[in-house]
Design a protein around this ligand. Structure first.
Ligand code: BES
Ligand code: MN
Ligand code: ZN
Length: 510
């Protein structure tokens, strides 16, 4: 889809013109005679074209239009073009998230009907936050337009191929709009890259092909170095936990290590490490998942795709922060070599682990990769993982779980999640959780003695491999990572691409 900015509000030529409308509650006299008053909703709009105002006034049906949030009204204007009015409700209650959702809903309503459209921007902008409003709308457009149809013989191609963004603002202001649009394009594209990775089938995108795809993709990024570690290198690194997960796989493990150093880096430049769980498929291993729970476990690599997408966006925005990105990639499969429950393995930092459940594999991979990342002494280390089903029980499937050993870092991430309008909630790691994963015959066991607090115990396990003094946060995206159909800019099924925007916001504000 082409999205272009135009400096004239009165665009002609496109089939569809999209305008906004608000309402406010006003007291009116109940009857002409009586003095009693009643409250009534009246329309408020700005930046409508003359043609629309006129056509609207002449329309009988328009009398019933209330401009409620989500209420759409379409009308044919004199020129023959259609105007679509997007109701946004009470203007004082407008938020970026309302804009995202309403623009996504609007896109879905019109993308099958019109070839081109003009979005009349000026009526949609939050006062004092014009650029942010634009970024929110355009990123939502990209996200709503996403489809994963590469394996379909007949693709449902959207009719809508081009959107013109029209504004009456002066060129100097519009310049800022251009920057906001450019940023939204970057975010939209990075979300697409992440969703494509997660949605791809595990027989096609396995550890070896996934690492290759990333290697290919970073060729287009500036100031980025890539190092890929295979089985031999992981052995050298003594990553006994990571290797144990990979033992039953037909494919070699991959640790993709990316580094972005900004052009003007100094000794004061902050260094952030992003670590991602990249399980291209999770069968559970010998502790095999039942069929219904195994379905969709191609999505167990969402953590890696999330951090990679945030990294990719930060690089494209040329943010002045050094970022290292570490993706721990394998599948969790079963063959005659697969690791058996009761096995004892040694993690990279020398701690021994009794693997009591081979399905608690994410923490094994992450433990080793997080420890490897600590070698680079980052100012903060953030991991993202589809770690536990328990996070859906604790927070519902729409909320990202946050755990941290550093409240300042946790607070920054919560603030970024708020800025990005993504749900995130902090949960504790208490000493009792730490004690519960101590084993009798090894330093640690990879599951707690019962399922209670399963997400926190998973986080507590990973913390054992974070070197002292390093600020670390763990994001459990097992719920929020896919199937977020309650949001019009996400598909009902498949990768959501959420939390990428939170991480980008964090990296922008480091
Ligand atoms: N990848 C799963 C977590 C998961 C479950 C993600 C459901 C998305 C939806 C993880 O590797 C796993 O299997 N965790 C186990 C841990 C348990 C064995 C302690 C779980 O959640 O059941
Ligand atoms: Mn598992
Ligand atoms: Zn898993």
């Amino acid at each position: 889809m082409k999205i272009n900015l135009s400096f004239e509000a009165n665009q002609s030529g496109t089939e569809l013109h999209i305008f906004s409308c608000f309402n406010k509650t006003q007291e009116v006299k109940a009857t002409k005679k009586a003095d009693t008053k009643k409250a009534e909703k009246v329309l408020v709009h700005s930046h409508w074209s003359e043609e629309l105002t006129e056509s609207f006034e002449h329309s009988v049906a328009s009398k019933h239009y209330k401009g409620e949030c989500g209420e759409l009204f379409s009308i044919t204007m004199m020129s023959g073009a259609t105007a679509l009015i997007v109701g946004l409700g009470d203007k004082t209650k407008l938020t970026k998230e309302i804009l995202r959702r309403q623009i996504a809903t609007t896109y879905k309503a019109v993308s099958g009907k019109y070839e081109d459209a003009t979005l009349h921007l000026d009526g949609f902008l939050l006062k004092g936050h014009a650029e942010e409003s634009i970024t929110a709308m355009i990123e939502a457009l990209h996200m709503a337009a996403y489809t994963f149809d590469r394996h379909l013989a007949v693709k449902k191609k959207a009719k809508l191929q081009s959107i013109t963004l029209a504004t009456n603002e002066k060129k100097t202001v519009a310049k800022k709009f251009e920057a906001a649009i450019a940023e939204a394009h970057i975010i939209g594209e990075c979300v697409k890259v992440a969703r494509d990775f997660v949605n791809e089938a595990p027989n096609i995108l396995h550890s070896e092909t996934y690492a290759k795809e990333i290697e290919k993709d970073v060729k287009n990024l500036k100031h980025v170095k890539i190092k890929i570690l295979g089985k031999a290198e992981l052995k050298k690194e003594k990553m006994g936990m990571f290797l144990a997960v990979n033992a039953g796989s037909a494919y070699e493990p991959r640790l993709v290590h990316l580094t972005y150093t900004p052009a003007k880096a100094t000794s004061k430049t902050k260094h952030i490490a992003l670590v991602g769980k990249g399980l291209t498929f999770d069968t559970g291993g010998y502790s095999l998942k039942p069929g219904a729970s195994m379905m969709n476990m191609k999505f167990d690599m969402a953590g890696s795709a999330t951090v990679y997408a945030a990294f990719r966006a930060a690089v494209q925005m040329q943010l002045p922060v050094k970022i290292s990105c570490y993706l721990g990639i394998t599948d969790n499969a079963v063959n005659h070599l697969a690791v058996m429950p009761d096995s004892i393995v040694t993690g990279r930092n020398g701690k021994t682990v009794e693997i009591l459940n081979t399905d608690a594999e994410g923490r094994l991979v992450l433990g080793d990769v997080v420890n490897y990342a600590c070698d680079d002494k980052p100012d903060a280390l953030i991991d993202a993982a589809t770690l536990t089903g328990a996070i859906l029980v604790a927070l519902g499937s729409e909320v990202c779980g946050l755990f941290s050993n550093n409240q300042k870092l946790a607070d920054s991430l919560l603030k970024s999640a708020k800025n990005a309008d993504e749900y995130m909630w902090q949960l504790p790691i208490i000493d009792e959780h730490k004690n519960d994963i101590k084993a009798l015959v090894a330093d640690l066991k990879n599951i707690g003695s019962n399922g209670n607090g399963g997400s926190a115990k998973g986080a507590a396990f990973i913390e054992n491999f974070v070197e002292p003094g390093i600020a670390w946060a763990h994001l459990d995206i097992a719920g929020i990572g896919d199937s977020q159909g309650h949001l019009p800019y996400c598909s009902p099924k498949g990768a959501s691409g959420l939390i990428i925007r939170t991480l980008i916001d964090y990296l922008k504000n480091v």
